[in-house]
Each structure stands twice: as C-alpha cells, then as structure tokens.
Ligand binder design. Structure first.
Ligand code: FRU
Length: 525
C-alpha cells in the first residue's frame, strides 16, 4: 500500500474512513491498483474493510484522490435514502497507459463501495502527468475547489465547481519551494492559528519579518496578536529528489481567496524532517469544527518496495492534529510554523514496570537509568516523553556531549538509540543497530538521522530546555519535538518477533543534562 486517500469522517456512524493506494495481488506497487479501505472510531486502531474502488482494466489504476461529503446533494448523485452525512463522493485519478484524468465516484452504502459517475472523466487534459485531486468546500465562495498536480510542470492547478462534475480552471500555484523531479499529492486546508507562548519565549512582542514585500493581509497587520485566526496551508509532496533522498512533504502558509493561493513568504518548509512521511492528506471533515487532522504514508519511495515486511508492506503514520503557531527560531525572529501533534488513543499497560517516571534527574556518567518492561506482555508500542535542560558550562566543545535513550531487544543484540548532542544542538535517531540485513544492505536507508532543535524555553540564567515526545510502534518511530513544532518520522526494522523490552538512559558528560521530566511506558494498543 501507499498514499492515504479519500479521508473523511462519517458524522452519522461517528467513524473515520481511510482509503489507500492498494495492490491486493502483490506486496509491491503495480497495476491494477485499487483503493483499499479501513475505518476507525478513534484514529488509533483501524479495521480493514474490502476494496472500495478500482480501475476497469488490468493495465490501469485508481491513483490517489480525495473524498468529500456532499451534504446538500449538489452533484445530484443522491436521493433521500442516503443520509446527508454519508453522501460521500470520491474524486480520484484514473491512471491509464496513455493519460491521467480525473474521475468522480459516489457511494450510497456509507463509503464501502463506489459507483462511477457515468460521464467520467470530469477533467482530461490529455496529459500523462496530471494527478492526485484534493477537493475541499470553500465556504466563502460556496464552491467546491479542486487542487491537482500538473506534476512535471511543477504546478498545482486550482479548479472550482458547483456540482463536483463541471470544473472551471481558476489559477495555478507553482514553481515554489523545493522542486525535486515532480510534484505529487497536493493539499489545501484552512488551519487555525493558535496563540501560545513557546516556553519562556514571549513571542507576541515581536513583529513578523519583511511586512512590505508580500501582498498579504497577514504581513500587513501591525498587531501580531490579533492577526487572522487562521491561514491556509498548501501541502505538496515531491519525489524523487527530496533533500534527505527520495520522498519529502513540504508546505506553504498563505491566503486563499477561492481562486488563487498566495504564500506569505518564499520559504521552503518541510512538514516532517524524517525520512518516512509522504503524501500527507487531511480529513474532509472532523467531529470538531476547525480541527485539522491528517495522515501520511510512513515510507519513502526510495526503498518502499524493498523494506523487509512480507505478508504486507507499508503502513500509515499516526493521525496528526495540525495547528499554526508562532515560534521563535532565534531571539530576533518570529515565524508561523505548522505544528503537529499525534492523535493517540492508548494508555500504558496496567502492570508493574509498564511505566517508569523520573523528575529532576541530573545525569551522571556512572549512573545509568534503566528498566525492563514486563516480559509477559507483548510490547507493541512504547511511548516516551523527555523534557531536559542543558548546562552549557559543563561542556567541552571538542567532545561529543550528549545523552542517549536506548531501546533494546530482550537479548540486547538489537537496539535503537535516540539522543541529544549539545555542540550540534541536534537530536539524533540511530536505526542501524539491528540484525536485519536490509538495514545495512540498502544504501538509501540512512541509519543515522538528526534534527536541529531550537530551545523550547530559555531561563534567565541561560539554561535551555527542550522536549521530545516519542511513539515507537512495531517499526515506526515518530518524534515530536517542543510540542510538535518539529517532527521526525522514521521506519526501523529489527528481527521479526524480537520485541524492544529494555530501555536505558546514559550520558557522556557528568552533570551536563538534567531530565526535568522523563516518562517511558509500554502502551496497551
Ligand atoms: C504518490 C503517488 C501519487 C500517485 C500514487 C500512485 O506516492 O505516486 O502521485 O497517485 O502514488 O500509487
């Protein structure tokens, strides 16, 4: 499987629907390709259902696309027998050998199966590089808006419609950000701007940079705390040619007036700084108005076809809640940033030694912290939160000054390490210490990854504090830094059946780090 498709929330059944690119005949990508289907009531545990839609011929494919709920029956596809909350319409790319065109299908059974609109395609440019429509409802103009990639022109075409079948070209956004080989899987969504104080950094007194050169209401505002409560975010996936190699997902923050998207800045920004977070899509709706939930494919085309899982291949990220927040990357700037928080509905296992907690723990070289999760439970996910402070005075700049969290298998032969190194001001993840041959044989499966971190807060005595929330599932480690202002998602592979059951924290420098708060738990999922 690959990209998430058609994410929508069924308000009648209170159920989230996820479709996904799916090849039922093989565990590598290939035609005919279908939309698989899964449902969840909490976004954490998913139940797989049957194939929802597919192509008519064996040499074609149902490529990526989206879904909307046509409550008012603007399409005319529905009658009173379909509850308005379940009038789901899928808009997807039909990939044939000679071209990619946009198709529409609708469901009258709550999203399990789809009926093809009889006059498909609804958009056909005779192009082989025209795909991945994401449709949204634009309340201000009362129109449906489709954004779709003209992949190799580096353009995102924007169309509008009253009825989901007749589409009018409005504009294109493009030649922006990081290009790579081509654009894929665009997204456009209105995201709330949440005012927070980032730790001890008071951001509200600062002004946004360069207010005059961008034709944007946001930057023309003088009172930063009362600027728009929301802004538009354009997502854009690129492959091949992402900066870490392979696939990458970037985003732009800006304004959308119903016909044109205008970014506030020229910045290239990546949604997740790890290697395995691609083709993100947001849910068409959600139980809470203004909440923006999204899911990405947790893999990378650079090695997705080779990863060592055999009955199945690939999985999704956790769902994330996206908000826009101000943050200070350095003392002289404030930026808007897309913040990601995991949606995880799971509690620690109820057993002794299922959770370990520490507070104000000064790390010392000869005092390793460690623990074993109970051996009689099958640890399928581990969660940790670390808030640490750094005492810069203790450092020697010619040596590595760090602390390391290790998660190891029962026999200690395989382990993952996570940690912070103060001279580089960076957090690392090492997925290379396993006995799985793929990990060292595949040249693109970077074993060591890192992210640069700005402090979460700085106290008056100069102490910097940082935070990480880690969720380590079967073979995915998701790291959310500083309440989600930076995220890194990466796959890892240990020998099948070899569970991570032991953890330790140690340091290379006496008294350089204090764990203000540290909790690690094995989760009941
Ligand atoms: C992105 C992508 C999309 C396409 C789909 C095909 O991963 O290449 O552009 O629609 O996958 O499976």
């Amino acid at each position: 499987m690959n990209d998430p498709n058609g994410l929508w929330y069924d308000a009648k059944e209170e159920l989230y629907h996820m479709y996904f690119q799916y090849n039922p005949e093989d565990n590598i990508w290939g035609s005919p390709l279908y939309w698989g289907h899964a449902v969840s009531d909490d976004l954490t545990t998913w139940e797989e259902r049957g194939i929802a839609l597919g192509p008519k011929t064996n040499d074609s494919a149902a490529f990526s696309g989206s879904a909307v709920v046509d409550v008012d029956n603007t399409s005319g596809f529905f009658n009173d027998t379909t509850d308005p909350r379940q009038r789901v319409v899928a808009i997807w790319t039909h990939n044939a050998p000679d071209k990619q065109s946009q198709y529409v299908s609708y469901s009258v059974d709550g999203g399990d199966t789809f009926i093809e609109y009889e006059n498909n395609p609804v958009l056909d440019l005779n192009s082989t590089q025209f795909r991945d429509p994401k449709v949204i409802w634009h309340e201000e103009t009362k129109k449906w808006i489709m954004i779709v990639a003209m992949s190799q022109k580096y353009e995102i075409a924007i169309y509008s419609s009253d009825d989901l079948v007749d589409w009018t070209y409005e504009s294109a956004f493009g030649n922006a950000g990081y290009l790579g080989f081509q654009y894929e899987c665009p997204g456009l969504v209105k995201v709330p701007v949440v005012q927070t104080e980032q730790g001890g950094l008071t951001v509200s007194n600062l002004t946004y940079p360069n207010t005059t050169s961008y034709n944007s209401t946001y930057f023309n505002a003088t009172n930063t705390s009362t600027v728009n409560n929301e802004a538009w975010v354009m997502f854009l996936s690129i492959y091949p040619g992402g900066p870490l190699g392979g696939s990458a997902t970037q985003y732009f923050i800006g304004d959308f007036n119903g016909t044109h998207f205008e970014p506030f800045t020229t910045q290239a920004r990546f949604l997740d700084l790890g290697k395995d977070y691609y083709a993100v899509q947001t849910f068409y709706n959600s139980p809470n108005a203004d909440e923006v939930l999204g899911i990405a494919w947790a893999s990378n085309w650079q090695y997705a076809q080779n990863v060592p899982t055999y009955e199945w291949r690939s999985s999704m990220s956790l769902a994330r809640n996206f908000t826009l927040r101000e943050y200070s990357p350095n003392p002289e700037s404030v930026q808007l940033n897309l913040n990601s928080e995991p949606v995880l509905n799971a509690n620690p296992v109820e057993a002794q030694n299922a959770t370990f907690s520490f507070e104000d723990e000064l790390l010392l070289i000869d005092n390793e912290l460690s623990g074993n999760f109970p051996s009689n439970i099958s640890a399928t996910a581990i969660e940790f939160e670390i808030e640490w402070s750094v005492n810069e005075i203790a450092f020697n700049i010619t040596e590595l000054n760090g602390f390391v969290l290790s998660l190891a298998t029962d026999d200690y032969d395989e382990f993952l390490t996570f940690g912070y190194e103060a001279n580089a001001q960076s957090f690392f993840f090492n997925r290379g210490n396993t006995e799985e041959p793929f990990v060292y044989a595949n040249p693109f499966f970077n074993e060591k990854l890192s992210v640069y971190l700005e402090p979460y807060s700085t106290s008056s005595n100069g102490t910097n504090t940082y935070k990480v929330h880690g969720i380590v599932d079967q073979n995915i480690a998701e790291l959310y830094f500083n309440d989600g202002s930076v995220v890194s998602t990466n796959l890892f592979f240990t020998t099948p059946g070899n569970q991570l059951t032991w953890w330790s924290v140690d340091t290379s420098i006496d008294g350089g780090f204090k764990l203000d708060n540290f909790t690690i738990s094995v989760l009941d999922v």
